[in-house]
Design a binder for this molecule. Sequence first.
Ligand SMILES: NC(=O)C1=CN([C@@H]2O[C@H](COP(=O)(O)OP(=O)(O)OC[C@H]3O[C@@H](n4cnc5c(N)ncnc54)[C@H](O)[C@@H]3O)[C@@H](O)[C@H]2O)[C@@H](O)CC1
Ligand SMILES: [K+]
Length: 622
Amino acid sequence: MDSAQDVERRHLLLHAAYDAASVRAMERPLLDDNVPLMRMAASATAQVAARMLDDVDVDLDHARVVLLAGAGDNGGDGLFAAAALAEEGAKVTAIAVGRALHDKGFAAFVRAGGKVLVLDPAADIAGCSAGFSAGEAGERLQAAIELAQRAHLIIDAMTGIGLVGPLRGIPATIAASLGMAPHDGDPSAPLPYRAATPNREPSGELPMVLAVDTPSGVGVDDGSLPGPYIPADMTVTFGAMKPCAVLPPATFACGRLELVDFGFDLDSRNPVVTAVGGEQAGEAIRLPHAMDSKYSRGVVGLVTGSARYPGAAVLTVRAASRANTGMVRYLGPERAQNMVLAAVPEAVLGKGHVQSWVVGSGVPEAAALKDGETDIQRETIARLLAHYELAVDATDDDPAYDMPPIVVDAGALDLLPGQVPPQVVVTPHAGELAKLVNRLRGDAPRVDDENADGAALDSAVLDPAGRDEPVSAADVLAEPLRYARLAHDLTGATVLLKGAVTIVVGESDMTLASGVAPAWLGTAGAGDVLAGMLGALLAQYDEDAEGVDADEYADDVASLAAAGAYLHGVAASIASESEQRGWQEPDVFGMTGRHRFNAIGHPIVASDVVKAIPDAIAELLA
Ligand SMILES: NC(=O)C1=CN([C@@H]2O[C@H](COP(=O)(O)OP(=O)(O)OC[C@H]3O[C@@H](n4cnc5c(N)ncnc54)[C@H](O)[C@@H]3O)[C@@H](O)[C@H]2O)[C@@H](O)CC1
Ligand SMILES: [K+]
């Protein structure tokens, strides 16, 4: 039997991601003990490379492999791995993209019969001629790119955790030619436009790419894509996951993840981001007690849907009522009330005591109302949210802290007060988060922001006070962690930023992520269902439980929000019968692989997700 410590460590290994500084700190004691980490890394890389070639029926004897080798230890890993492949008969060429190569790795590679192509005229690499002309440098670069394009496998060992900023120089040129690069005027590198396959199955196109530790060029610590990078079919990563393995958009450039466990003391450092696991999400579900009543199991109040969008009322109420609540109360216009009652006769109309609120789904934002038009739901929500506004000099006994948790979705986001307590959970997608941030900073909208009708706003007025430029949806998609943190800093709210990998930022530094949902979930009403489910999970929570202090309460709200996203994703997987996910935990090198299903599944509507909620809960509790 595994001890509790083993189970906890395994959870961290498969879910937690640590920044470069933490990885170096965790390596240190092992290096001091002369544990041959680089040899272990290289051996794993070579074995994964051989497996990839085998998967596409290429014998090592006939394999053409190109190693892109940087000057640092990442290049060292690559050279030792390439040496091992060359010894097995593969035809391997190392392309030196920097001015040096890892000495011992290079020596091993040459001994194994590998060939080297040096690109930088200023390089100083033993036995390799340098000082060639600019013209020859250009020809060598071209030859290197063609060689790589004709290879069966590219091993990308240009940079790992030592990357600083976007790739520059020759590595940048190589990455732009072989991989992806920003377009003119667009600060963020685009993502490869590929269909979402189960298990991040490689496309099967040659050359395949194996990234060593991290795909070169990605933002290791924040998951951004600051410049050119090479998307990988597989990333073999060492010691612990780095944030780029979990956080979007970089995680989508990693392909399948394989982790080499060095036995790091993972408890010794705080992860930057932790992916929610099933067990953790299951803890958010309160089991009914023998003495329970509908009230003690949790009552959710919903101010959702509107005369314009009554369907959202139905979806949120159905989702909340299926996600383990004692009762739901609905407040809304008559048409929506009638629809709610027809769909959920169990719902209670009108005000009353609740343990959580859900507001804003299917409620028009202010910008969508015509001049002078009012919306009854917005008025109710505004009155409710006023109770959550913290006084400027709020103390611990500010009454806002005593309000029940509230999910602020969609059309209510523009009603959110400036400073709120952490039991306020905002659930924007990228475009909504951009608007929220701009409003709270007093910025004007930028051209690429869209109004409610999908038409571009043309008033690109920049802030004369010289503040940062207004944020666009594209900015948020390019750096979701940064902007989710900014939204939290501006509001105090727990921020759940929706996406293929959903990010939750709460009071503590730790960020949570959930990528369990299949891409089929990107469908109208899915956000309404999530809001209802979040309300239900928050209503089950007992903040008066013994020993829960304010910090813990804030952390628990963040965990519940992430668990809600996870449960939503599991329900979508069940509904769509899909094994595809936005993010998948890594395989651990040397452990027998999990049984992999490969069901791509089928399309769904949001109502299908609602129906699957009870099964999803049962799955998490099993
Ligand atoms: N420290 C250790 O004990 C271990 C480290 N390992 C490997 O070592 C890597 C870290 O090695 P290093 O610290 O040498 O760093 P890297 O090899 O990741 O990166 C340093 C190299 O990248 C270049 N570089 C940095 N920023 C650049 C930019 N913006 N544009 C172009 N080039 C840039 C530098 O000039 C240098 O040549 C890990 O990712 C991992 O692959 C593994 O061997 C396992 C053990
Ligand atoms: K790399």
